[in-house]
Design a protein around this ligand. Structure first.
Ligand SMILES: *Cc1c(COP(=O)(O)O)cnc(C)c1O
Length: 372
C-alpha cells in the first residue's frame, strides 16, 4: 500500500487544457476570461449575484471585513473552534474577535450561546461551516435581524453544502470561500467573496485592486490591497468547478463508506449529518473516546507508522498564545471546543482517495484497537 496523505486533489484533462490556454494566450496575470467565468459560475452555483475572486480564503475574509467597514473598537462574534484565518482577518482590521463554544455533534458554533455575547460594539456574526457541515442558519439569521448585525459566512470548507435546501454561502450578507489545494474544489491558492449587495461587491473590487482611482488611475483616495487572483488560478478553479457535483458526491460516498466500516468500532464518535442538511464532508472528522483504549495521539502515531497521514482538530482560538499576548482573550472556558480539540482528528479525505485505501485505513484502526 502506498503512503496515504490527508488530501490529494483530483486534477484532470480539463485542468491541463484550461491552464495551457492561459499560457498560449499570454493571459497569465489577473485579467482574462477565466477570472470572470469562474466568478460568474461559482456565484451562480451558490445562488448569489456577485463573486469577487481573491488570492486566498484569508484575504477573502479580510476584504469582506474591510468592505463592511469593520474598524478598531468593533467586535465580531465567531466560533472559538475554527482556523486562525477567521480570527486573524478581524485582527487585521484592528477589531476584536469574540468567541463562542461549539455544538457537541457538528463542532459548529452553538447558536444558543451567541446572544449573550452581543454588545453595543458587536458589528457582525461569522459562522464557520466546520468540516463541511452547515451551521444552523435559521437562529443565527434571526439573531442578526434582531440586533441589526451583518452575517459573514466562512464557507471555506463547505462548497455545495446545504441547509434547508439552500446552499452554504447564500445566507449571510457576505460569504467567503477558499480554493486551497485541500478544499472541495481548488485553484491551487485562491478565494472568493460572494454577496447580493452591489455596493459591497464594488467596494471589494476596488479594495482588492489597490483602490486605484476611478477617474485618474494613479490617484488614490483609500488604502488598497493586491488580493487579485490570477487567470491561471481561475482556469484551474473553473475546471474544478465544472466537476463540482462529482467531487462532492465522491466526498459524500467516501464518508458513508467510512461510516459503514467504522460504525461497529467502539470508542469512536463519527461525524453526523443533521436532518435538513447536506454535509459535504470536507474532511472525515471523528472523536476518539476513552473506551477506544488509545488516546487520539496514540492512534494517530499508529496510523502514521502504517503510512496513513491524519491531522488533529484545530486548536481553539481562545487557547492561542498570540491572542493571549494581544490581550484578546480572557479566562473564559469553552468546554465543548476544548474537549473536541483534544480528542478529534481527521482521516484522509481528498477526492483522489481510493476505495481500497479507505478499507485499509479502517482495517488499521480496528486492528489498532484490538491489539491494545
Ligand atoms: C482553509 C480555510 C480558510 C483559509 O483559506 P486559505 O485559502 O488557506 O487562506 C479560512 N477559513 C476556513 C474555515 C478554512 O478552512
Amino acid at each position: 500500500m502506498r503512503r496515504i496523505p490527508v488530501c490529494i486533489p483530483s486534477l484532470g484533462k480539463k485542468e491541463y487544457s484550461y491552464i495551457l490556454d492561459c499560457l498560449r494566450t499570454n493571459w497569465i496575470s489577473s485579467s482574462g476570461r477565466y477570472i470572470n467565468l469562474f466568478e460568474e459560475k461559482f456565484s451562480q452555483y451558490c445562488g448569489r449575484a456577485y463573486g469577487i475572486a481573491t488570492t486566498n480564503g484569508t484575504s477573502a475574509l479580510h476584504l469582506t471585513l474591510l468592505a463592511l467597514k469593520i474598524v478598531p473598537g468593533d467586535e465580531v462574534i465567531m466560533p472559538t473552534f475554527t482556523i486562525a484565518s477567521t480570527a486573524f482577518a478581524v485582527i487585521y482590521c484592528g477589531a476584536k474577535p469574540v468567541f463562542v463554544d461549539s455544538e457537541v455533534d457538528t463542532w459548529n458554533m452553538d447558536p444558543s450561546l451567541i446572544e449573550s455575547k452581543i454588545t453595543k460594539r458587536t458589528k457582525a456574526i461569522m459562522p464557520v461551516h466546520i468540516y463541511g457541515h452547515p451551521c444552523e442558519m435559521t437562529p443565527i439569521m434571526a439573531l442578526a435581524r434582531k440586533y441589526g448585525l451583518a452575517v459573514i459566512e466562512d464557507a471555506a470548507e463547505a462548497h455545495g453544502a446545504e441547509y434547508m435546501g439552500q446552499k452554504a454561502g447564500s445566507f449571510g450578507k457576505v460569504s467567503c470561500f477558499s480554493f486551497y489545494g485541500n478544499k472541495i474544489i481548488t485553484s491551487g491558492e485562491g478565494g472568493m467573496v460572494l454577496t447580493d449587495d452591489k455596493r459591497i461587491a464594488q467596494r471589494c473590487r476596488r479594495l482588492k485592486n489597490m483602490s486605484f482611482g476611478q477617474k485618474i488611475r494613479y490617484r488614490h483616495e483609500e488604502i488598497g490591497f493586491n488580493y487579485r487572483m490570477t487567470n491561471l488560478q481561475a482556469a484551474l478553479g473553473l475546471a474544478q468547478f465544472e466537476n463540482i457535483e462529482t467531487l462532492i458526491k465522491k466526498r459524500r460516498a467516501d464518508a458513508l463508506l467510512y461510516n459503514r466500516l467504522l460504525s461497529e468500532t467502539k470508542g469512536l464518535t463519527l461525524p453526523v449529518e443533521r436532518p435538513n442538511t447536506r454535509n459535504v464532508y470536507w474532511m472525515y472528522a471523528l472523536l476518539v473516546n476513552k473506551d477506544f483504549g488509545l488516546s487520539r495521539n496514540e492512534l494517530m502515531n499508529r496510523l502514521k507508522r502504517r503510512g496513513i497521514a491524519t491531522r488533529t482538530f484545530f486548536i481553539p482560538m481562545h487557547q492561542q498564545p498570540i491572542l493571549r499576548k494581544l490581550r484578546l482573550i480572557s479566562k473564559e472556558r469553552f468546554p465543548v471546543a476544548e474537549d473536541s480539540a483534544k480528542r478529534g482528528l481527521y482521516l484522509p479525505s481528498g477526492s483522489g482517495l481510493e476505495r481500497r485505501e479507505i478499507e485499509y485505513i479502517c482495517d488499521c484502526i480496528k486492528r489498532t484497537r484490538r491489539t491494545t
